[in-house]
Write a protein that binds this ligand. Structure first.
Ligand code: 7PJ
Length: 284
């Protein structure tokens, strides 16, 4: 499906892909609007690629708990100059983090090669847009809307419910004309989930695997860390890396992270050790 700059496949057994986060939002909770100028964005992307990022996820809508909606024009204004600059300068997979069909069309024309939609193509006309542009899509589970999603989220069983939702979305996408091999699923850590529900999902991550599709996990700097360790957002890198490794251990194929270099180092180390075990199993 997706390829790295050197033509190798993005997703290989035993190699986790790293998606670096580039927020083009002035109100994003963890970057505080640091990456709104094109120059700063380019510098940050260069650093992330250097650190081992395979994908750069660019978003112009803050979806953190309590965030207000933005218009398509506003989102476009924030992301388009950055996508154009990144696509001109780097050979990296650009992912557009959006739920809006207008933004999907423009971003893909400007070089985005993947859609990351926290609303799983449920917004009006988003599904048709994704069918038309025909790039890989990450379908994420969210309960409620960012404005209110953390107000007492309720599930029957969180893992079963998330899997059921993703299963319905995958079926709908395939029926609409998206290739199954172009889909990625994501449990949506922190999107309408309590700390315990997030923990359960992480422990049972492999249970949301559908049709052998890749699983994307986003845990970087999230509130579940703050709720457990009482750490400021800027102090959450070590805990984020620990959670990233747990996600890999439990089946994640793509990690969405802020601290690219540090996460990459940790993940590649664990993969090297796991490789020894696999090779030994093959010999015996
Ligand atoms: C996620 C995301 C995630 C995917 C955000 C934050 C909140 N997209 N966008 N998965 N989280 N696919 O980074 O804290 O977990 S925004």
């Amino acid at each position: 499906m997706m390829q790295n700059a050197d033509g190798s496949p993005l997703l290989q057994a035993g190699r986790t892909a790293i998606m670096g986060i580039l927020n083009a939002t002035p109100d994003s909770f963890s970057d505080g609007g640091l990456f709104i100028s094109v120059g700063t964005a380019v510098d940050h992307v260069a650093r992330m690629i250097d650190g081992g990022a395979d994908i750069i996820d660019i978003g112009g809508e803050s979806t953190r708990p309590g965030a207000s909606p933005v218009s398509a024009d506003q989102e476009m204004e924030r992301v388009m100059p950055i996508i154009e600059a990144i696509s001109r300068r780097f050979d990296v997979i650009i992912s557009i983090d959006t739920s809006k069909p207008e933004v999907m069309y423009s971003a893909v024309s400007a070089g985005a090669a993947m859609i990351n939609d926290v609303r799983a193509l449920k917004q009006k006309d988003a599904l048709q847009a994704a069918v038309k542009v025909a790039v890989p899509v990450c379908l994420m589970h969210m309960q409620g809307q960012p404005q209110s999603m953390q107000d007492e989220p309720v599930y029957n069983d969180v893992t079963t419910d998330v899997r059921g939702f993703l299963s319905e979305r995958v079926d709908t996408c395939v029926q609409a004309g998206i290739q199954l091999s172009n889909l990625i699923v994501d449990p949506g850590f922190g999107f309408g989930k309590t700390r315990e529900q997030n923990f359960k999902l992480l422990n049972e991550l492999e249970d949301i695997r559908l049709h052998d599709l890749p699983i994307l996990a986003g845990l970087s700097r999230k509130s579940l860390i703050g709720q457990t360790l009482d750490l400021d957002v800027k102090e959450r890198a070590p805990a984020s890396i620990a959670l990233a490794l747990m996600a890999v251990w439990n089946g994640a194929n793509i990690l969405r992270v802020h601290d690219v270099k540090e996460t990459c180092q940790a993940v590649r180390m664990v993969e090297a050790v796991v490789k020894e075990k696999k090779e030994r199993a093959q010999k015996s």
